[in-house]
Design a protein around this ligand. Structure first.
Ligand SMILES: CC(C)(COP(=O)(O)OP(=O)(O)OC[C@H]1O[C@@H](n2cnc3c(N)ncnc32)[C@H](O)[C@@H]1OP(=O)(O)O)[C@@H](O)C(=O)NCCC(=O)NCCS
Length: 198
């Protein structure tokens, strides 16, 4: 007897890939765990992200990839440049009413604008794919480069909160930011306007 096999949705059949000028963002798989663990296993990353442990072992990467695969929404991406993994970017729905943008890059890849480029791609995807009006994020007060990324993407500062950081084993002040659909959409329009003289 023929089994009633559900037709896969388009998204299940072809996982979402986001392309930017230099980057390709795709869903991480178990084949990526070595690269993820190698990139993430650095105290400078763990101390600036709330949930990344240090040391970051391959088992942590396996657990992370499995959780990502099981998640209801596809909003976590491996960042690659020329097929070389650089880091991760994504939106966490731990609080479904306050989806939160997060990202990290392997230290060798800092300072080349990759963080901003990856964040912008995921922000566009979020507002295009979901109906939410707000996106949240935060950066440790002692993390000016992350704060800079958020401000360049249009996020507005909303206050300081204390948050626990796994690798620090304690709470530390975090600058909280939010980006509204209206600001995002204005910035998109501004960046697409061009001037022709003569
Ligand atoms: C945050 C992180 C992703 C930044 O990535 P990146 O690719 O180096 O960032 P970008 O180059 O796109 O942008 C960083 C901006 O901060 C600026 N910046 C860097 N260090 C700075 C400092 N000490 N003070 C002020 N600005 C600084 C850079 O000049 C750049 O701005 P510009 O493009 O206007 O020159 C990376 O440092 C990282 O992974 N850190 C650890 C994890 C982390 O902090 N994640 C974010 C959690 S909220």
């Amino acid at each position: 007897m023929l089994q009633d096999i559900p037709t896969p949705t388009l998204r299940e059949a072809s996982p979402c890939v986001l392309e930017t000028e230099r980057l390709s963002l795709r869903k991480p798989t178990l084949a990526d765990v070595k690269a993820i663990a190698r990139l993430a296993n650095d105290r400078r990353i763990a101390e600036n992200t709330r949930r990344l442990p240090y040391p970051y072992l391959q088992d942590h990467a396996v657990e992370f990839v499995r959780a990502t695969a099981a998640a209801a929404r596809e909003t976590v991406f491996l960042i690659e440049n020329n097929h070389t993994p650089l880091g991760m970017v994504g939106i966490s729905w731990l609080d479904p009413d306050a989806p939160e943008l997060g990202y990290w890059l392997g230290v060798d890849h800092w300072g080349q604008g990759f963080g901003t480029e990856a964040a912008r791609a995921v922000i566009d995807y979020y507002f295009e794919e979901y109906s939410q009006d707000l996106l949240f994020s935060g950066a440790r007060v002692a993390n000016p480069s992350s704060r800079n990324i958020l401000e360049k993407c249009g996020f507005q500062w909303s206050g300081v909160e204390l948050h626990r950081f796994e690798a620090l084993g304690c709470s530390t002040p975090v600058d909280c930011f939010r980006l509204s659909r209206g600001v995002w959409s204005s910035l998109k329009n501004w960046s697409s306007s061009t001037r022709r003289d003569g």
